[in-house]
Design a protein around this ligand. Structure first.
Ligand SMILES: [Zn+2]
Ligand SMILES: [Zn+2]
Length: 149
C-alpha cells in the first residue's frame, strides 16, 4: 500500500448518516459510475446512485461493524446498510468479500475521481433526464465485474 505514481494518497473516510458506521479506503478508488437501475432507485429513494469500486482489500469498516447488515438480492451484490439509520454504505461482491464498492454520498470528502459512465440507463426516471455530460451510456450493466446496484 505504498504511494501511487509517486504521489501520496490520503485514505478516504466515510460513514453512515447517524455516524455509527465508519469506513476507510486505503487506496485510490478504481472507478466510479452513475447507476440508474431499479435497485439503486429503491434502496436510495432517488433517481440514481453513485458508486465507486475500491481496490481489492483496501476497504474496511472501522467503527460500528455490529450495526451493519446486508441485503443480498438474487443475482446481485450484497447491499450493506446501517441498521440504526438505514444509510447504504457499500456493496460487496458475493463471490469475493474483498471486492467492495462504496456509495459516493457516504464519503466525508472528495473521492478524488468522478463518475465516468452511466449504467442501466434503460431504467432512468422520466423526471430526471440523463444529463448531456458526454459520458458513455449503457442501457444495462456496464460489464462483468462491475458493481451492480
Ligand atoms: Zn447509521
Ligand atoms: Zn444500480
Amino acid at each position: 500500500m505504498g504511494p501511487v505514481s509517486g504521489e501520496s494518497f490520503e485514505p478516504l473516510i466515510g460513514g453512515c448518516m447517524c455516524g455509527g458506521v465508519r469506513f476507510r479506503v486505503e487506496e485510490p478508488l478504481l472507478g466510479a459510475l452513475y447507476c440508474h437501475c431499479k435497485r439503486c432507485q429503491r434502496r436510495s429513494g432517488s433517481a440514481f446512485s453513485m458508486t465507486a469500486l475500491t481496490a481489492q482489500g483496501s476497504f474496511a469498516v472501522t467503527e460500528g461493524a455490529e450495526l451493519v447488515r446486508a441485503y443480498h438480492p438474487e443475482g446481485g451484490w450484497r447491499k450493506s446498510f446501517c441498521t440504526n439509520c438505514g444509510s447504504h454504505t457499500h456493496t460487496t461482491n458475493p463471490e469475493d468479500d474483498s471486492i467492495v464498492a462504496i456509495r459516493l454520498g457516504c464519503l466525508d470528502g472528495d473521492p478524488g475521481i468522478r463518475p465516468q459512465v452511466h449504467q442501466f440507463t434503460a431504467y432512468a426516471m422520466p423526471y430526471e433526464p440523463l444529463p448531456d455530460d458526454g459520458l458513455p451510456r449503457f442501457p444495462e450493466r456496464l460489464g462483468e465485474g462491475e458493481p451492480e446496484g
